[in-house]
Design a protein around this ligand. Sequence first.
Ligand code: NAD
Ligand code: UD1
Length: 336
Amino acid sequence: MKILVTGGAGYIGSHTCVELLNKDYEIIVVDNFSNSKMESLNRVKEITNKDFKIYNVDMCDYENFEKIFINEKIDGVIHFAGLKAVGESVSIPLKYYQNNLISTLNLIEFMKKYNVNNLVFSSSATVYGDPEIIPIPETAKLNATNPYGRTKLMIEEILRDFCVANKDFNVALLRYFNPIGAHKSGKIGEDPNGIPNNLLPYISQVAVGKLKKLRVFGNDYDTVDGTGVRDYIHVVDLALGHIKAIEKLLTNPGLVTYNLGTGNGTSVLEMIKAFEKASGVKINYEIVDRRPGDIASCYADPTKAKSELNWEAKYNIDDMCIDTWNWQKNNPNGYN
Ligand code: NAD
Ligand code: UD1
């Protein structure tokens, strides 16, 4: 089975490529390398000892993107490509609407034209906004609170409409919680541009000495210790969830939606402790004001994915910290 992986050079995409190749799927990657490096795909080949075709194409480039569908017989698509920095999406919203929406519209147009009927889409827990119910079930109210989140929500709606009109089309909307960790080999991992926004990349860069001090955004939330609580999930567990989703699509379910999370919440201070234990390095931190737009707690009810996909997360926070540290200390400058 041949899977087109869009955004396959990125953090989650590269880990999913490894798991697909390990399960003997044939893959093709399309990426414009706007937020990734070719080196991640070289490492995917190294880890798996398998080769695959890479198209350096912007999915918003209609003609060049279509050529991939003309050249390749594709059976299914996993669509990771997209811009994902929340702060940047607030200051440059059109960049996000243009990139994330047009790339996806082109993709589904070509999927229809070339009769490719199975799509897995990277959605996000961000579509729940400030959740009304915790743990969050897939049926919770949807309410994105920033342009990035709205692109995810809009794409979900577009895909719902598309599936109503195209009965042969199957879509899995996967709402990820907070992916962290790295492949056991330490050869691939998260390589953010500039100063990281997310907690784990920040902590690991403090640990390796690239950044001086972590700022903990608020300790007056209504949580176990006052700091923000999230559902961190190992990126390899997440990658395996995509394979289960592809298998599900082959049963012709139409549009299905799953949370991919562990169901467990971890606070910022708990995460600092776990990382110190994994790395043996003391994390320098200070408590500062809340970050605008942050919520107190967010974690998944993952029971639907367990019962319908036969998928559940296997790795715990300690595993996630050990693997993040292994990647960070072996690659202090990421793929550079
Ligand atoms: P990433 O930035 O590492 O990977 C995205 C990839 O898409 C990059 O390699 C980038 O170069 C590529 N890309 C972007 N626009 C493109 C275009 N127009 N044409 C071709 N390639 C393009 O991000 P990631 O963390 O691997 O996330 C993958 C997906 O999962 C994204 O859609 C993201 O929004 C979603 N997601 C991520 C998280 C997270 O915390 N990492 C959480 C929820 C959802
Ligand atoms: C962020 C994104 C969200 C995305 C999610 C997963 C924002 C506003 N939201 O949310 O859209 O779906 O990542 O990729 O960027 N923290 C600190 N200090 C730091 C960084 C983070 O204390 O330097 C805290 C935060 O306040 C939060 C927790 O750590 O309580 C996790 O933060 P982060 O990793 O940015 O993830 P989210 O807030 O869930």
